[in-house]
Every structure is written in C-alpha cells, then in structure tokens.
Design a protein around this ligand. Sequence first.
Ligand code: FES
Length: 631
Amino acid sequence: MPIVTFLPTGKTVDVPPGTELLDAARIAGVDIDSPCGGKGTCGKCVVLIRSGDVDTDSLGALSQAVVSAGNVLACKTRVLDTPIVVDVPEQAGRKGGKFGDETDDVNLIRHELLPKNWQYDPLAIKWFVDVPPPQAGEGLSDFDRLVRRLQLEWGKKEFVCPLSVMRLLAGCLRVQNGQVTVTMVRESDRYHIIGIEPGNSTVEHYGIAIDVGTTTIAVQLVFLPLAKIVAVRSDYNSQIWCGQDVISRINYARREDRREELRTRVLSTINNLIRQVAESHNVTPQRICNAVISANTTMTHLLLGLNPEYIRLEPYTPTLLEVPYLSASDIGIDISPESWVYISPSVGSYVGGDITAGLLCTDIAIGANGFRLFIDIGTNGEIVIGDNEVLMTCACSAGPAFEGGGIEFGMRAAIGAIERIEVNPQTGVPNYSTIGNTKPRGICGSGMISLLAELFLTGWLDGAGKLNRQRKSDAIIIDGRHAKYIIAQADETYSEKALTISEVDIENIIRAKAAIYSACSLMVQMLGCELADLEKIYIGGGFGRFLDIRKAIVIGLIPDLPHEKFQYIGNSSLMGSYMVLVSDDYRDRQLELAKRMTYIDLSTEPSYMDQYTAAMFLPHTDSKLFPSVKN
Ligand code: FES
C-alpha cells in the first residue's frame, strides 16, 4: 500500500490506492479544516502535494494555475499506488481556542441564575449502610442482606443491581465489616444500585453538567451534596475539523466510518474536559456518578452514533427527540460506568435540548403580562417566544462567527480574547481590553459586536460593512478592493502577529446578526404583535462575561428597545443542564416545556428571506426600526 507522509508533522499512514486524502489525514491523526464536510464546495481543505502522484478533481474549485503548482482539495483527491508527501498548511482561525493553561472558564457560571428556592433532589444519591455479617443457617445472600438493610431506611422498594456492580459486592462488604456506601438512582418505585464502595464515601459525590455545542463544549463539575459548581472548563468541539455547522456535519456523517469518527471526536473533547475538571479538584472519575448533557438535535445524534441524515431531508425527522436514560459506559463518557446520563429533550430537528435547558433559565413560560423572547446565539440561532399559554420556537443558521468560527482571528470567550473595544473618532485607532487582561490572542463575539458598533458610530465603517477609504488611519490597511482593520499591532499580541479583521470577516458577522434579527422579527409578527410589545428579552450564548446591549442594538443584532427589557444569561444550555442535574423538579419542567413548544420551520416562511436581506445592513436597511441609532 502507498505511504502518505504529512508535513510539517511527519506523520505517515499506509492506505489502499483510491483513499481520499482527507480520509488518509484523519487516519494519520492530521487535522485538515473541512468546513463543508468534504463536499468540495468550501475550498478550505487545500493541501500541497510535495512529491508523488494523485488523482484529483480539484479543477473548477481551484484555478488551473493553483492546481499546476501542486495544490489540491484533500476531499477531492485520491491516493494512487505510489508514495506521496503532502504539506498541510497551518490552519488559521483554530489556534486561538487552544490554551496551554487550563484555567477555569469562570464566565460560564452565571451566579444570578443559580436557583434560590428550589428543591435539591439530584437523580443519583449516595447512602451509607452498615450491613450485618452473614449468619450460619439464615440462608441470605450478600445482596439479600444489603437490600434488607436498605429497605429498613427506604421502605419496601425493589432494588436492582447491574452485574458489573454485583461483581464488586462480596469484596466491598468484607473490607470494613459490612460498612459500604451505595450509589443509587430512584426511578418511581424501583431503586437502581449503580455503584458500591467500602466505607463511608458519601461526601465524595459529584455530577457533571455538559453543554455540547456545534463549535464549543463546556463542562461543569458539581459537588452534589451542596449543589455547588466547583470547576468549569470549555474547549472547541473537535468535530469542527469536519464541518463548521450542523448541515456540514450531517453531510460529513453520511458514511458510517465518518459517523464513527464524529462520535469519537466529540467524546474525546468531552472526556478531556471531564479529566481537566476532575483533576483540578483531585476527584477521580469514579466519584462522578451522574451526568446531564444538553445539545442541539444534530449534536445529540452524533454523540450517540445515530444517523443524522434525515434531520436534513424533508420532512426533517430526527431518530429521537426524547432519549431514554443511558449509562455512561453505553455512551462512552469517562465517569463511573453505570452512572445514568440524562440527555435534555429536543423539540424538533433544529431546536434541541440546549434550548429546552436554556429555557429553564428564563421565565418565558410563566409570563402572564405579555410575550417574552429568548434568543440563543450560537452556530445556530434559536428563538423561543411565548407566555404562559403559547410557546413558539424556530432556528436560523447564524453560522459560527460569534463563537469565533469563520473569522480569521476569531476565538471563543476565553483568556486573551478581546472583549471590548473603543475607537478614536479622529484617528480610527482602537483601545481594547481582553478577558484576563493578558496579551490579545484573538477576538470573541462580544469584542466583534463592540468593534463593529464603534467603527460604525465613529464613521470608520459604513452600513454595508465597508471600511472608510476616504480618511487616512494607521489602523486601516487598503489592498486594492480589500481592506483590513488592525485591532492590535504585532508587538502587542501573544502570537507577535498583527491581529486584524477583514471586510470578509465583517460580512460574516453581518450575515450572522441578520439571520438572528430577521428570525426574531418574523416570530413576533407570527404572534400578531410588534417587537416593541415584548415584555422581556433573554439573550443566551457564549459571549463571555457580558454582552453590551447598546452595541448589539447599534449593529442591529437585537431590536431597538429600552435596555432594561434585556437580560444576558450567558451559556444558558450549561446552566440549564446544571439545574436538571441537581433537581428532579427541573427535569419534569424541562420535559413539559419541550412538549408545549410549537416548532416553526423558517425555510417554509416566504417572507423570511426578504426580512433577512433587509437586515444585511448596519443596523438595518429600514433605519426607522433603530431610532436610537439614527439619533
Ligand atoms: S472543499 Fe474540501 S472540505 Fe470543503
């Protein structure tokens, strides 16, 4: 079989002739950016063939001159029966999210959202019991004696135990004279024993709340006896190499081996984050005995290895909306293997468990004095509008711009991200601040909103997203038809390269904000009211510590309403997962909300595209909709 060598890492792989270069790279453990999922449409998987022959269909997507110089699309190129050496260029836009220092993502805890008057009732409990020793002639097994002891305290319930835990029972009972700690899950009248340890380990009791986003994944470690969040970490979902949005991932997952690759990738990110939060608190994964995962419908399918293809095809049918409890070992989550994993219920193909979890952080469903709106800004923008009687929801494809995807120096809201910018009206030169007050590594969603609003208000950017070419500024570089804005000079940044934003980046941000604004205005219209009638608007998303409402209005991301009507609730999917982890009431409420919601498919709404096109301007083509910006 021909050997493929990938530079600059030098990794090699033997693959049969006919193997796609993109697949060969995956097998070798080399990441090649493939935002369109390998369909040959994005042109991002370009590699350089240094030596050897290949069979390629890259012409068309790439020019003759580019292909003649040895460049090919990895997804449209096959290996022949000769060794080849392939140069993989450094992948821009991914570096910003990876950090050597694994510090807590403190921004992911919204203290104001921590429940105050709720009933603490986690799914898994730990119970210490003193099981009497066996007596000659009583005819009771170890399990019989354990159950009798538990029934004394928990009543005449049925207790069941999987074989893997049963195998530990005899040994555990004999370490400390019958004193053991049992981990149990209650399910109506039946108790499932999911773990047993010698001695009293009731205070070593942890759970995990997980938000699986298309672009980023966040994990909280929760000390269950006090319902206290003790560590939080986030990272990019390593599936982003296989497509930037859910449609690209679904395309990528059409082949079974690639579906398995996506499952392995998301699990590796989750398990790596679990390891980090556990190690940061000296907790062994065995002490983590319950997990709640919230994700959009496609991510849920990919995590479980389900075929997501029919989510994309009419009539858009997922395999599952409500997932039954599964064990951690069934899914592949590295915690106590028999732990029950609860997956937040989805509403439809494009409104998933991340939204039903996020809704728990709002009071939309109980509002009686007018409609309230919840906007979750992620790679997909999801909107929920309603009150105590009606709940309508929809999704729009915002793209990953606000999470740093598709923006050359974009990054998630983590240490080193520029989050606020002011622009000098006279010189156009910026003044910025970063999360953690460190050297800048990139710009996060709140920084992008701040930058565009400042440039627009100071006249350095026009409504169409073009930088001002009439006035001279040290911060603007004009290169023919293209222009870039320098946010930080090379000597100020972590990478020692100038940190810039191009007009192409700005266009991506404008597309994202237009998708969200037009979906909001359409949903409001469908309920027969006006944006001004909304009583309250909750905004969720991974913007970090704050979202500047004024600047989000200036760029036309959110409606021009009094600021007191808005509440930024951060990563509501993660906070909702936490609520479900610690309280049975929230699990019930989430299921009820999922059933109450009516899903609206925007692709069947003829006026959506018109509204979207009208919103492709700063703040909007109809300036009357943004009177505070006009003034
Ligand atoms: S063109 Fe190859 S992955 Fe998009």
